[in-house]
Ligand binder design. Structure first.
Ligand SMILES: Cc1cc2nc3c(=O)[nH]c(=O)nc-3n(C[C@H](O)[C@H](O)[C@H](O)COP(=O)(O)O)c2cc1C
Length: 196
């Protein structure tokens, strides 16, 4: 039988999954082997036309500080009145977690597959990465913040014309279980289609 019987633990973990705020994410982060396993899980997404319309950018160790310098400089340029404390916060953004994985949507405009579907596949990668991290015992949060939408930062990230940031997935460990968050009312979002 495929798929085989229900994996209850995984189903429960996904049903109860919560993001851990980047500011609350701690060491240790995933090892290189664990990161590779997470990326395998993340990339196991539906992908119409087998385009693989996404890629990953990994930040760990010193690259987080180096990226922080870029964030601080760019933020100072666009917000010239910022205090030193604000600029320090920008510098420290990627120090909030041991590992940050940027998921980059990479659309092929010449493909017969609609752009919308290519972008959705990249969103599925982000969610699989969150779920994979959770199932592997790691805390994670999907953030974009201002630097996902800044053209200068996009250049520094090496993004090309048809690439955009789908998300930065902050990954590490958690101290306490996060409190439950209000959820959209499910029942009001469910209906059965009937012919008019
Ligand atoms: C595409 C995308 C971008 C997001 N960007 C941010 C962000 O920049 N800042 C933020 O506080 N939350 C952001 N969030 C929300 C968090 O990832 C997360 O949904 C929220 O903290 C609640 O977590 P949970 O419902 O997974 O527990 C974003 C979510 C998505 C889907």
């Amino acid at each position: 039988m495929y798929p085989p019987s229900r994996l209850k633990d995984a189903a429960d973990r996904i049903r109860e999954r919560r993001s851990v705020r980047a500011a609350d994410i701690l060491e240790p982060g995933p090892s290189e082997t664990e990161i590779n396993e997470m990326l395998e899980i993340a990339s196991r997404v539906p992908d119409h036309g087998k385009l693989g319309p996404w890629r990953f950018l990994i930040f760990d160790g010193d690259s987080r500080q180096e990226f922080g310098e870029l964030l601080r400089n760019q933020f100072a340029k666009t917000n010239p009145d910022s205090s030193e404390a604000i600029l320090e916060r920008e510098y420290s953004r990627f120090m909030r977690a041991p590992t940050i994985i940027g998921v980059i949507s990479k659309v092929d405009p010449a493909s017969r597959i609609p752009e919308w579907e290519q972008v959705l596949s990249s969103g599925a990668v982000c969610q699989n990465l969150l779920v994979g991290a959770s199932l592997m015992g790691f805390a994670a949060q999907w953030l974009t913040e201002w630097y996902a939408y800044d053209e200068i930062i996009a250049k520094a990230l090496g993004l090309t014309e048809n690439e955009r940031v789908s998300g930065f997935i902050y990954i590490g460990s958690a101290g306490e279980k996060p409190a439950e968050r209000g959820r959209p009312d499910l029942q009001s979002r469910i209906s059965k289609w009937c012919p008019a």
